[in-house]
Design a protein. Structure first.
Length: 370
């Protein structure tokens, strides 16, 4: 029993050691030294049949914990991904080795994004979920064969995304769905229209902004040593002052070799398009996006965002070698004022939602003005 606070009673606590006499808490401190490899072996000496702390069984969809399976019926999962690493594309893997979109009737039904319901359902055979983003997805398990006992949710995305190394089978395992109740229920009929989302009026744009995502690379290791927006850090003075009630277009120029899930506070945005450009030419100054005296840096036409991104978002990935275009309304999305005064206080921020990038300065403040 351990007492952590003077006003709270003592409580049970897991500790580190080979026996109760030698156990201690908190865990050991490991000193990492430059150029010195460290190997840590963790041994489990717990004899408990059940975990001493409460386990939230909500993911079991009402079935008694543990291993009682999920109902064989279409139901809603709110997919919220923690912001640790790069994009997370998921594949559903059966125990027979049939993977991802290759097996029959493997269709996902997207109904909502970060900011709420989409205008209409979107049917897709793949799911790409970047750190910080959310998707509401309907998955139909009823078409699985009766012999299928488990469905594995596996991360098959490369890190860094999209051209890095794909996680091995063990590391990529995310979640297992146990099939027990084989009773089939009729799938719900989705309406053709779920929510009203206004059409973007590109003639009503008061400001266009351009920002660069920059990675400073170590010439010896070829690894990033600093990641920034416009070569500025979070502590540098504010440069963006959007006006309350106006509409803006933001162009995010990704000069790096990996994707960045860009996240904005305060208001949602609408992804518009992505367009490839000449990274080397832009960095050398031989081309430009805005200087008409120079050839354009764009190398191809704009590509509309994927239908699964067509909605209110607060996190959208900027892919390498592309310019991401976003629409912002500095209001409630319908042109009406926010229910509070966003000009009061220290302001807001936007940043890459990979924590190591965010903490190493790919984050900038902005201040809404009247």
């Amino acid at each position: 029993m351990c007492k952590f606070h003077r006003d709270l009673p003592a409580t049970k606590q897991y500790a580190y050691g080979t026996s109760q006499k030698t156990a201690s808490y908190p865990g050991p401190t490991i000193v990492a030294k430059v150029g010195v490899d460290t190997t840590v072996t963790w041994e489990n000496h717990l004899l408990d049949n059940t975990h001493m702390f409460t386990v939230d069984p909500t993911l079991i969809m009402g079935y008694k914990w543990p291993k009682k399976g999920i109902p064989i019926v279409v139901h809603r999962h709110g997919g919220s991904q923690q912001s640790y690493y790069d994009g997370h594309a998921y594949a559903w893997i059966t125990q027979y080795g049939e993977k991802g979109p290759t097996y029959t009737s493997n269709a996902y039904k997207y109904i909502a994004t970060d900011g709420g319901y989409m205008a209409k359902p979107v049917y897709s055979k793949s799911l790409l979920l970047v750190p910080g983003a959310r998707q509401d997805v309907l998955v139909d398990f009823s078409n699985l064969p009766a012999t299928c006992k488990d469905v594995i949710l596996q991360n098959v995305a490369a890190a860094p995304f999209p051209a890095g190394v794909i996680a091995d089978r063990d590391t990529g395992l995310v979640m297992r769905f146990v099939m027990t109740n084989r009773k089939r229920f009729p799938a719900p009929k989705l309406p053709s229209t779920i929510s009203y989302i206004p059409v973007i009026n590109f003639k009503n744009i008061q400001k266009v902004r351009w920002h660069r995502l920059v990675e400073a690379m170590d010439p010896k290791t070829n690894l990033p040593v600093r990641v920034t927006i416009d070569n500025l850090g979070f502590a540098d003075p504010v440069t963006d002052f959007p006006k309350q009630g106006t509409n803006e277009l933001w162009h995010i120029i990704n000069l790096s070799a990996d994707a960045h899930p860009m996240h904005w506070h305060l208001v949602d945005h609408r992804p518009v398009a992505r367009r490839p450009f000449d990274v080397a030419g832009f960095q050398a100054g031989t081309c430009s996006f805005r200087d008409k005296k120079k050839p354009t840096c764009f190398t191809g036409p704009g590509i509309l965002v994927d239908p699964t991104e067509d909605g209110w978002k607060d996190t959208t990935p900027a892919y390498p070698g592309q310019v991401l275009t976003l629409w912002f309304g500095w209001h409630d999305g319908n042109g009406k004022p926010l229910p509070f005064d966003p000009t009061v206080g220290p302001g807001y921020m936007y940043h890459c939602h990979m924590l190591d990038h965010e903490d190493n300065d790919m984050m900038r403040p902005f201040k809404v003005i009247k």
